[in-house]
Ligand binder design. Structure first.
Ligand code: SAM
Length: 663
């Protein structure tokens, strides 16, 4: 029926592909087999719901996702001979029969076996044979099998089943010490005597009852496991096998690793601290490649808009605004005034030099802190295009004058000391500029975008400093929403084919829903908002390290120090990567499904910002996250080094103090 076919397609899309089932043959088979014909009469309307359903003898037809997951894990091939233990309704056997050459399925309840056999025959699944008996013993007369799927949970892996695998064969089975809770295991027979074992995460099945499973009364059968035969792969071993080695940063092969993200609209590159050279260098190398080879023209960074705008004018060979103000003079200066950023900025300027066609690559700031420069920039712009409007703006922004140097005191003054709040004037000013877009932007759209963005920033910052006084999620959310909206304005200004690379801390670019930030504190971030808007066209890449040095301060507004980064904690994700043994590497989570599932369970991850306090590291810098959901991929440098802040020694002779910004 057309209606069921539609429901089935939707199930494949939402419940299976949406949860990470990737094997196209499995998705196709799941889209072919009519589950409504395997459920009990009266349950047809629930056939495509996301769960198991009751069948006779107090058993169940498995959840569609579990059937797909097991079929995928078993890597069924067209010529394979398959054994399924636990026929139940016959549904999983029907799916396996679409993927393999022949399927033997065995059920301990004779009634279930009889009905399933009739169903399968009636629907033409003639490469399926149904048997009645204790499947924990396997089916010696038909062995060996290329794959064995066990649809009920046992206390251990029955040796009878392992021994009936062909060499190279896969046994997929839920195993757990309690009857109602198991891990899904895949045991692969490597040779006569060797087996590898991997886990695919927690599952819940009805009990496997039989000689090598549970006894009817729930006690564990005695005769089943010969220990020592199975080689269990640890998580670091799995990471070590899956992680892609990194070519040297200057090798073109390094950039080419990221060709796989060429079609993305936004590639977000994180960092696990604001003062680690390798993170900056790697982001620069990836960005250069995406700009040169794949038409990315926007570099949007976690920096203040007016400061980044000065760099943008420099890299795009536009005239300096000549205000004499140097960008990135405020704490933490090393975040953008460092040798790695200087080298990247120089590269961008050179890349844009004499570019005959196409959009030059621009450098934009997403952040909201430099309200004073934004006010100056709006006034300077209006002085040029509309002096009358400039006079009105001066009056309105005058409300903020007492707080321009220390905006953080504005919120307290407004809330506790009854000072006038400036919100209405600031918003009106922003609206007035946006309303005049047609007049103002015609001759110079870039300058209009700059002014409009500064006016938006002032409006966001006014609100930010007011609500910051209370602390909590609201001010964080306002800041990240502003950053996301700014990114949207830049993309829109460059048209529907524009593509951006974002540089921001892991805490901004890793999807907040899968970290303590989102789960406990209701905070969102740019990464989450990008995923919600761009779906697969957004790629979130986190960065991490085990130890080394970092540039940071002990307190806000303090001096920059080069500090030792403590070795990562034994219970952290970083330690798993360290134990994997690679000096550096790249892990794209979707490329290894079993590893991805094993890493899903939340664990600690380290976040160092501009402040680093090693003595209280656990409380100050670690938070729980589910890394494979937070990021699409992770870039690893086992040992890292602090950035070098720009000082006079980095200025070539004859170049003025403003190098490399040339302003
Ligand atoms: N694959 C089934 C489907 O698609 O409908 C779901 C099966 S249900 C979750 C598990 C089945 O395993 C039950 O029908 C149960 O009777 C059967 N079972 C439990 N222990 C068994 C054993 N030792 N041998 C054969 N079948 C067993």
């Amino acid at each position: 029926m057309a209606e069921f076919a539609q429901l089935r397609d939707r199930m494949v899309e939402v419940q299976l592909a949406g949860r990470g089932v990737r094997d196209r043959r499995v998705l196709k088979a799941m889209a072919q087999v009519p589950r409504e014909r395997f459920v009990e009469s009266g349950f047809e309307e629930f056939a495509y719901e996301d769960g198991a359903l009751p069948i006779a003898n107090a058993q169940t037809i498995s959840q569609p996702y579990i059937v797909a997951l097991m079929s995928e894990a078993a890597e069924l091939k067209p010529a394979d001979k398959v054994l399924e233990v636990g026929t139940g309704s016959g549904y999983a056997a029907a799916v396996a029969s679409r993927l393999a050459g022949s399927v033997h399925t065995i059920e301990r309840h004779a009634d279930l076996a009889r009905i399933a056999a009739l169903r399968l025959a009636a629907q033409g699944y003639d490469n399926c044979v149904v048997h009645t008996g204790d499947g924990t013993r396997g089916l010696p007369a038909e062995a060996p099998f290329d794959a064995i799927l066990v649809a009920a949970g046992g206390p251990t892996v029955p040796n009878a089943l392992k021994s009936q695998l062909a060499v190279g064969g896969r046994l997929v089975i839920p195993v757990g010490a309690r009857e109602d809770e198991q891990s899904l295991l895949r045991v692969t027979r490597r040779s006569e005597a060797e087996y590898d074992e991997e886990t695919f995460g927690a599952v819940r099945f009805v009990p496997l009852i039989g000689e090598h499973g549970w006894a009817e009364d729930g006690t564990r059968a005695a005769s089943n496991h010969i220990p020592g035969r199975t080689r269990f792969r640890s998580l670091p071993e799995m990471i070590g096998a899956a992680i892609e080695p990194l070519p040297a940063l200057e090798d073109p092969a390094f950039g080419a690793l990221f060709d796989r993200f060429a079609q993305c609209r936004v590639v977000l590159l994180g960092e696990a601290s604001h003062g680690t050279s390798e993170f900056y260098q790697a982001r620069a190398a990836i960005t250069r490649h995406l700009i040169e080879k794949h038409g990315f023209t926007i570099v949007a960074v976690e920096a203040d808009w007016p400061d980044a705008a000065a760099i943008d004018r420099y890299v795009r060979h536009r005239a300096s605004r000549g205000s004499g103000e140097r960008p990135f003079e405020r704490f933490p200066t090393w975040m953008w005034r460092n040798t790695d950023v200087a080298a990247f900025v120089a590269w961008m300027r050179k890349h844009n030099e004499g570019k005959p066609t196409g959009e030059p690559a621009g450098f934009f700031g997403l952040d909201i802190y430099n309200m004073r420069s934004s006010i100056a920039a709006v006034l300077a712009y209006l002085d040029g295009v509309d002096p009358e409007a400039a006079a009105v703006a001066r009056e309105r922004y005058g409300c903020l004058t007492p707080w321009q140097r220390e905006p953080s005191t504005y919120g307290r003054a407004v809330l506790t000391e009854g000072y006038r709040k400036c919100e209405a004037e600031i918003l009106r000013q922003c609206q007035d500029i946006l309303k005049k877009e047609l007049d103002y932007a015609a001759s110079d759209p870039d300058s209009f975008l700059d002014a409009a963005q500064n006016a938006r920033l002032i409006a966001s910052a006014e609100r930010y400093y007011r609500i910051m006084y209370y602390g909590g999620a609201e001010s964080w959310n306002l800041r990240d929403t502003h950053m996301f909206e700014t990114l949207g304005h830049i993309l829109d200004a460059q048209g529907p084919r524009s593509k951006a690379v974002v540089w921001a801390h892991n805490s901004h670019i890793g999807d907040a829903r899968f970290t303590e930030m989102g789960a406990v504190r209701d905070e969102l971030n740019i990464g989450q908002l990008c995923r919600e808007k761009f779906a697969e066209a957004a790629c979130l890449i986190g960065f991490g390290t085990h130890t080394g040095t970092v540039a940071a301060a002990s307190d806000w507004d303090g001096e920059m120090e080069v500090m030792q980064v403590r070795p990562s904690r034994p219970d952290s994700y970083e330690r798993l990567f360290h134990d994997a043994g690679a000096a550096s590497g790249f892990l794209e989570f979707r490329r290894d499904e079993s590893l991805r599932r094993c890493l899903l369970e939340p664990r600690l991850e380290r976040f160092i910002g501009v402040i680093y306090r090693p003595s209280t590291e656990l409380q100050s810098h670690y938070a729980e996250a589910s890394m494979p959901q937070q990021f699409d991929a992770f870039l690893w440098f086992d040992e890292t080094h602090s950035v070098r802040p720009l000082g006079p020694e980095h200025r070539p002779t004859g170049v003025p103090d403003t190098y490399p910004f040339g302003l």
